[in-house]
Design a protein around this ligand. Sequence first.
Ligand SMILES: [Zn+2]
Ligand SMILES: [Zn+2]
Length: 235
Amino acid sequence: MFKIGSFFSPLLDFILPRTCIICNEQINQGLLCDNCINYLPSIRNPLCKRCGRPIKKGGLCRYCKGGSMVEHGRAWSIYMPPVDKIVHYFKYRRQTSLARLIGLGMSNVIKADNILNKADYIIPVPLFWFKRLKRGYNQARLLTEIISSECHIQSINALSRIKNTRSQTRLDPELRKRNVRNAFVLKDRRIENKNVLLVDDVLTTGATINECARVLKSGGAQNIYSCVAAITLIE
Ligand SMILES: [Zn+2]
Ligand SMILES: [Zn+2]
């Protein structure tokens, strides 16, 4: 689709000064001011041993206690203000330039983690083809490309989404599992006996990542790891 905004953006910048999407402070470039970038909520220990979610006591979070196919996971940030807004702009408002900020943040998390940085392949959680066409991109794939080049891990699009699942947002944990069941198929056999790192934008109950992990494991993958941009807290 032809977008007036992108065509005239140098002109618009001149007329309308750029402002930070979080605090409305005037900025020269990008979408966020330095102050907002520096004060993004950080992940603090203790973390759930499986998904990497900050929890009150060590061990597993409530969702991973119910069973997890992911051996080890980490997140860049917490899904709360202002990160929820950043993810929203990245996912639904075509602000794909945010992939760099988020992808570099995730890369730093992976580089510092001695399990994740040894993954053989990195795989984005796929979108259903129609959703990707409508959105114009798969946000997880954009993150994967940046992480792949930063962390020197080969990326492969080993999964395909064959079901146009409805949004998980309003579903309870059990319905989320059911909603994504059999939604993915394996289309690349290179994952056999390999350690695979799955990448997605947000992890809530882990239903989507777990279903991807299940398919990869039944295709012969050894260990499944995950890294997400933002993870929710459990109250
Ligand atoms: Zn700001
Ligand atoms: Zn967990």
